[in-house]
Ligand binder design. Structure first.
Ligand code: HEC
Ligand code: HEC
Length: 223
């Protein structure tokens, strides 16, 4: 009888123990849900962006101190939507977007660095450029504003907005971007070399080289 009572007691204690464990788990849940990333700090982003790490170049050496890359092959980052910049840095790090240059650089950044940098460059004003090719500007404008209906190429303006400012946080700013960079990206989407965006793979699939050049040159002058 005593043995039975002991077993019963042990079982009861087990129930009590697991009940209080469940209660603890329950109490811990809301605490985990509020553990969101800290508010981005653009001043810290500025410091990391302009610092020269050992064995590596600063971000600023290729993208300029304020994100207005002067080198045509490198994208301007200034005034870009921070959420888009953050996604690109995560995609470079994970390999979802391939770049031999950006992969090691993005991999060295913590999530916090990425957020701080994204909000830093996003706070800078973009230096807009100019369209250079008079012969293709009308074609570029037509594609950007209206698309090419009979080949199911949608208007870029529909997602990237008529003035190229994009729509935060989903659609990146394009206005003023270096044409050489835009040509490389549209070609990479078309050839499936850049495949981190299903909508853009579809958009670029049907554009020929001449159309890509024309729309990229139009975008460079968009403001
Ligand atoms: C050696 C030059 C170089 C350095 C240094 C460099 N970048 Fe880049 N960056 C590039 C090039 C080139 C690309 C375009 C990559 C591609 O898609 O081919 C790029 C692309 C990017 C993009 C994507 C922009 C977009 O519009 O999609 C971001 C964001 C970026 N770099 C941030 C950074 C940050 C942050 C650093 C420092 C940690 C950095 N870069 C350092 C050359 C550089
Ligand atoms: C259905 C919406 C949609 C349409 C239409 C669209 N885009 Fe995009 N575009 C996107 C999205 C979303 C991204 C961001 C991709 C990512 O997250 O990496 C993007 C990214 C881009 C980029 C890369 C920007 C960078 O900094 O690397 C370029 C260039 C671009 N689009 C050009 C165009 C052009 C040119 C057209 C018209 C021919 C067009 N897009 C039409 C949705 C669209």
């Amino acid at each position: 009888m005593k043995l039975f009572a002991n077993i019963l007691l042990a079982a009861l204690m087990g129930v009590v123990a697991s009940a209080s464990f469940a209660a603890d788990e329950h109490a811990a849940a809301p605490a985990a849900a509020v553990a969101k990333p800290a508010k981005p700090d653009p001043a810290k982003g500025d410091t990391v962006f302009n610092a020269t790490p050992a064995n590596s170049q600063s971000c600023a050496s290729c993208h300029n101190a304020d994100g207005n890359s002067a080198i045509a092959a490198n994208p301007k980052l200034a005034q870009q939507h921070p959420e888009y910049i953050l996604k690109q840095l995560q995609d470079f790090k994970s390999g979802a977007r391939k770049s031999a240059i950006m992969k090691p650089l993005a991999s060295a950044l913590s999530d916090e660095d990425m957020r701080n940098i994204a909000w830093f460059v996003g706070s800078k004003k973009v230096k807009t450029g100019f369209s250079k090719d008079k012969d293709t500007i009308a074609l570029g404008e037509k594609i950007y504003r209206g698309g090419i209906g009979d080949r199911q190429i949608p208007a870029c303006a529909g997602c990237h907005s008529p003035n190229g400012a994009g729509i935060p946080a989903q659609y990146p700013r394009l206005g003023g971007q270096n044409a050489e960079y835009t040509i490389a990206q549209l070609t990479a989407f078309r050839e499936n070399v850049r495949n981190n965006s299903i909508p853009m793979t579809g958009v670029a699939a049907k554009l020929n080289d001449r159309e890509i050049k024309a729309v990229a040159d139009y975008i460079a002058g968009l403001r």
